[in-house]
Design a protein around this ligand. Structure first.
Ligand code: AMP
Ligand code: GLY
Length: 425
């Protein structure tokens, strides 16, 4: 099977390495990939959101399966595009069509879907610019902090959490009236703040059956102790110590199964990953958000813990044949720590030479924002590298990941030092 992975980050590198190990993997392509994915397969200079160009690559390289890494091509309808063309009848795509992708592409759709299927989530209301007065009145029914969410995709920046009512009103006006997030904030979801601990749960589904991947916890803030600006993610651990058997069962019964059944009941075919962004409040799970893809950096912690052949599972999901399929896990703990460019998530430099990549070791170094130039590997993004170690316990995994990270250097390198720290003591 020839495989094309769309995307260019650490998630795609971790998926590429795992898929390349599968005996069923023929040629592996990554578009556009990075300096790391170039070692697992062939990078293609194709923009994942230019569907004509993706189709050309599929024809040229006889691709049998596309795995869509990021959300944007899914929300834009890459599956619908290929399904409309008979020449691609046999092509398998991992990722939902436009209808299913609304779970991530529209917060209002996701909230209404949860309401229809009794899936636990924060109380909410959705408002347009014409309803600004009603929106303000609704906002006043909550206690601080106030949660405002742009309905559409806003590059991870569309959620505001504000302590003060006046500031929340002002931001609501900026979103609805002044298009603070462009078309993404033509509608705004106002919801109750949930106070708890977050984790990420992943299902691979064919729309009827599903397998659960290992769960993970992501560290989103730039600074130690969860301080400073939000980032794409500074590290991850898997498994998550507070996700015990009883809690996992609640997640399955109350959230995963009603979501998969709900999609089927609404006639929305779904072949791909569902990422449940959850929060545990007094022992119970609530959905903060859905994503229609794998997480980054969660993938870099989760995928090394899958001992089954992932490509075989992807094929089964795309073919609607997940029924009876099992997924095997490596019982060890994974810790992923991220090296980012100094200044990230605000402005940062690029093109810095990276050293220490080629030390032989069992510890995985996944590339996120890197490129090759004149035989050197250089930085090419905010998040640059993800280092994942597996250990018999979390402390071992964390220590090994940081030890490997300490051998890597580039100008301005910054690493958050407390990944997994709250579970180690
Ligand atoms: P999102 O962009 O939807 O992932 O939201 C960004 C972050 O905001 C989440 O990861 C949570 O940490 C936080 N958040 C979003 N909604 C809520 C909520 N209702 N209660 C508490 N925290 C929230
Ligand atoms: N790590 C969070 C995300 O991928 O959305």
């Amino acid at each position: 099977m020839n495989v094309l992975i769309l995307g260019a980050g650490g998630r795609e590198h971790a998926l590429a390495r795992k898929i390349a190990e599968s005996p069923s993997c023929g040629h592996l392509y990554i578009a556009q990939g990075n300096a790391g994915t170039a070692k697992e397969g062939t990078n293609l200079q194709v923009n994942p959101e230019d569907f004509d160009a993706v189709a050309e690559a599929v024809r040229k390289h006889a691709v049998d399966l596309i795995l869509v890494g990021p959300e944007a091509p899914l929300v834009k309808g890459i599956r619908d595009y290929f399904e409309a063309l008979p020449e691609f009848d046999a092509l398998r795509i991992i990722g939902p069509g436009k209808a299913g992708a609304q779970l991530e592409g529209s917060k209002d759709f996701a909230k209404a879907f949860m309401a229809r299927h009794d899936i636990p989530t924060a109380r909410y209301g959705t408002f347009t610019a014409a309803e600004l007065k009603e929106a303000e009145t609704f906002l006043e029914t909550f206690e601080p902090p106030y949660v405002l969410k742009a309905d559409g995709l806003a590059g991870g920046k569309g959620v505001l959490i504000l302590d003060n009512l006046d500031e929340a009103r002002r931001q609501l006006g900026l979103m609805l009236r002044d298009a603070k997030f462009g078309v993404a904030s033509l509608k705004v979801v106002i919801e109750a703040f949930l106070d708890g601990i977050e984790l990420s749960v992943f299902a691979l589904t064919d729309g009827t059956d599903y397998v659960l991947l290992p769960e993970a916890k992501d560290y989103k803030r730039i600074g130690e102790g969860d301080t400073g600006l939000n980032t794409g993610g500074m590290g991850a651990v898997s498994p998550v110590p507070f996700s015990d058997a009883a809690f996992s069962e609640k997640v399955k019964q109350r959230i995963v199964e009603p979501t998969v059944r709900g999609l089927a009941a609404e006639g929305i075919p779904y072949f791909g990953f569902i990422f449940f962004g959850l929060i545990k409040v007094n022992g119970d799970p609530f959905v903060i958000e859905y994503n229609v893809r794998m997480g980054d950096p969660e993938t870099e912690a989760v995928v090394p813990r899958i001992s089954s052949d992932l490509l075989e599972l992807l094929k089964a999901a795309a073919d609607g044949k997940l029924s009876g399929k099992k997924i095997e896990f490596d019982p060890r703990h994974a810790a992923t720590v991220m090296a980012v460019s100094g200044g990230y998530p605000e402005s940062y430099g690029k093109g810095k030479k990276i050293s220490g990549l080629n030390i032989p070791s069992d510890i995985s170094v996944y590339h996120a924002g890197t490129a090759e130039k004149d035989g050197d590997t250089i930085t090419a993004g905010g998040r640059v590298l993800a280092v994942t170690a597996l250990g018999e316990n979390l402390k071992q995994a964390v220590d090994d990941a940081y030890a490997r990270m300490s051998t890597i250097e580039f100008e301005g390198l910054y690493v958050r030092r407390d990944i997994g720290g709250e579970f180690i003591g």
